[in-house]
Design a protein around this ligand. Structure first.
Ligand SMILES: Cc1cc2nc3c(=O)[nH]c(=O)nc-3n(C[C@H](O)[C@H](O)[C@H](O)COP(=O)(O)OP(=O)(O)OC[C@H]3O[C@@H](n4cnc5c(N)ncnc54)[C@H](O)[C@@H]3O)c2cc1C
Length: 247
């Protein structure tokens, strides 16, 4: 999997602070410089003041201002299963690679056995991997090898059948019905900083599946570079807490 930050609001934390100061200022923030807007906030300089205000907002659950800055991520090579999980979030906008218009007719089934086109879950190869809702714990090397063999044969067979159906003239939108749920997909998604924290709450949590957790951790790393005060605070004080209703 690969996650990139495609586009994001410039100066997101200036925007958050301006929106929040609007709520408590008599003066119109549109008529002021950012320095004037932040004048009454504690701090030695403007960066200090931003830190004070953002920490205060997050600490008090004043999350509205975090809905203004928006970020767009490009995600490569997640499974359709992971895509189904992330697209449940209703305040995120998505574009998902189409299997109606993109057909995988030139993929070599031997490469599929090696991990192309379909995501291989760690439990298919790692004898020590223990997932949720799993009846057994660690397994022996022999069992792990057998799992890998069954998995890789099953996905390669599915891709071979898919390509045969295409050769028989079936449209890609129908032939795709035989492809596995682990088939890789590329996606573009946009969300605001508040929603990003909500995704972090729900999808970086221990009870989420490994793949969406990995994607969320990568998204949060990029968010910390984009909107540093907010996401450093989030990572230090809010991540992994119990309350998931807000932000
Ligand atoms: C570990 C895990 C297991 C899961 N298992 C399943 C499963 O087995 N089956 C399944 O179907 N789903 C499952 N889900 C998905 C889950 O139920 C949610 O649908 C999904 O995580 C979207 O999150 P959200 O409900 O916070 O809504 P979002 O769409 O992310 O909305 C954010 C917030 O906005 C508010 N909101 C949005 N829409 C409404 C609304 N219509 N009414 C009231 N408030 C609203 C809520 O406060 C919500 O938390 C699972 C999620 C996780 C993390």
């Amino acid at each position: 999997m690969e996650v990139q930050l495609l586009e994001a609001t410039e100066d997101p934390e200036e925007l958050i602070c301006t929106a929040a100061r609007n709520d408590y200022s008599e003066a119109f923030v549109g008529d002021q410089s950012f320095a004037e807007t932040m004048d009454e906030i504690d701090g030695d300089d403007i960066e200090d003041r931003k830190e004070t205000l953002i920490g205060h907002l997050l600490d008090h659950g004043h999350f509205g201002p975090f809905e203004h800055p928006q970020a767009t991520f490009a995600v490569k090579g997640i499974s359709r299963s992971c895509m189904a999980q992330i697209t449940r979030h209703r305040h995120v906008s998505f574009d998902v690679q189409s299997m109606r218009y993109v057909s995988f007719d030139d993929v070599d089934p031997d490469d599929v056995r090696e991990g192309e086109l379909v995501v291989t879950p760690p439990s298919a190869t790692d004898p020590d991997w223990v997932g949720r809702n799993q009846q057994t714990g660690r397994v022996g090397e022999e069992t792990a090898e057998k799992r890998e063999e069954v998995f890789s044969e099953a996905v390669a067979d599915a891709v071979e059948s898919y390509q045969e159906l295409l050769d028989l003239g079936m449209p890609p939108e129908d032939a795709r019905f035989v492809l596995p749920i682990g088939t890789k997909v590329n996606m573009v998604m946009s969300m605001n900083a508040r929603m990003l924290m909500h995704i972090g709450d729900m999808r970086a949590a221990a009870d989420s599946q490994w793949e969406i957790r990995q994607m969320t951790e990568e998204v949060l790393d990029l968010a910390e570079e984009w909107c540093p005060i907010t996401f450093e605070y989030y990572n230090e004080h809010m991540k992994n807490r119990k309350n998931r209703l807000a932000p």
